[in-house]
Design a protein around this ligand. Sequence first.
Ligand code: AMP
Length: 584
Amino acid sequence: MLVEEFNMETMIEEFEALTKDAGRVQNETLKKILEENGSAEYLQNFGLDGRTDPESFKACVPLVTHKELEPYVQRIVDGDGSAILTGKPIKTISLSSGTTHGKPKFVPFNDELIESTMRIYRTSFIFRNREFPIGNGKALQFIYSSKQFKTKGGLAAGTATTNIFRSSQYKSTMKVLHSQCCSPDEVIFGSDFHQSLYCHLLCGLIFREEVQFVSSIFAHSIVHAFRTFEQVWEELCEDIRKGVLTSRVTVPSIRIAMSKLLKPNPELADLVYKKCVGLSNWYGLVPALFPKAKYIYGIMTGSMEPYLKKLRHYAGELPLVTADYGSSEGWIGANVNPQLPPELATYAVLPNIGYFEFIPLKENIEEHEQNKSLPTFLRTEPKPVGLTEVKIGEEYEIIVTNFAGFYRYRLGDVVKVTGFHNSTPELKFVCRSNLLLTVNIDKNTEKDLQLAVEAAAKLLAAEKLEVVDFTSHVDFSSEPGHYVIFWEVSGDASEEVLSECCNCLDQSFVDAGYVSSRKVKSIGALELRVVRRGTFQKILDHFLGLGAAVSQFKTPRCVGPTNSTVLQILCANVTNKFFSTAFN
Ligand code: AMP
């Protein structure tokens, strides 16, 4: 069991005290942020004049998106060391995954963000461990670093997760939480993702008796890892049998590190081989390989939900536990109800890791409608409410003020308040706020798309096939515009089934604007384009080339015009097209 140095009961008490007093803690957190950064040019420009109360803050500092902050961030990136966004100069930059808009965004990173990351990791761990206690051992973590580089101004840059993995605090926290990765650093920080993945799998097998849980940042990487396992398992067994690493791993540092772990072990090779051949269609693969694993852990909500079905298949009876909620710009909430399945999971906001505001979406839609008829200068800004003022059942766009120079920042996520943990809200992640699919009066979000794909994929399941991954696009190249859904399917489906799937997709978008437009043909027939196996892997590789890391990768669910390379990859790999006849 866990060592004394980490007193779980005390930590739970601390969390309870913090959340009972969430309103006051929020005001104190804002005060601290504004005191530490009062000298920053950004806050000075808005005339805050050293005031640290929420009213002055909201009156002086505007709501912003990354676009407004970009010029400030760019100066930091280019090496201007003055107090621009923060009191203390920023020395490190994070690259957000940027899968939504097609290119990674630069975000300031500092020690305070590391500290809040550790705080959130510890918080969710204590609740998780109360429910699913782990023993001494290791974690099979499919984590990867991005390319690290120096910006023009000499600042270190990499994805936020890479910056975290590199920090000394990460290592020490993981040790205390008994969550040390079973792979050596050379594998985590290896320059070739495919080679790192192979070696993560190999390390997992070598330490199979010690693995306490299997994890990654986002669930996508876990599914990807075990899909790969299905391809390479015999090679892995051979490596274990002979104690020699496959020649496909060529990075010298990885080979050296692995040679220290890999010894000929025919018994283990036979055992793994037997386990694999004994499985039916790989159901229950994870517990079969890792008998001591207590759960599978990683972010499983939002755009990760489509991978749950496959993950459950690999997990067999093992519980799936979603990780926390945050972004490169800072953490928001911890999963303090780990017993809930990911579909019902919520995140309790930690009131001391940032200052949070919430724009009510219902009021905002009404206001937006009124605003549309007004000239720009008369339009009102949306009015956010504070952390403890949110209402159960309502949806909000979340605004973050962090310790790293982002003030009243519109993160772009929609959340729903499902309850309170003491006086801090528990949030359900709904979707990214930017509307996904729209041709005219129709509005369909990431969630609507996910539901449509789930419904249509049921028709494939009858054929023992599945949707490996999917995305969408609005095609305006012919009149009227229409939705295009791209599917990668696990095998060959008949044309008949696929055209049924296409009709089902079209009928599953139940938004009134869509249905009425389809009936009068002001939106064209939905098109299903099936792409070659491996196309989504090519998209992942494309983002890795831009400096993203697999750890933070999220398949873009709608490919807009700014994502032209992704669109090219998709279009170049189409093998079959279907047009819906559902509204003929
Ligand atoms: P990144 O751009 O890589 O920093 O990713 C941050 C984004 O990932 C957030 O703004 C969310 O849209 C998404 N995200 C992070 N955590 C979760 C979560 N627990 N559930 C759903 N989506 C999440």
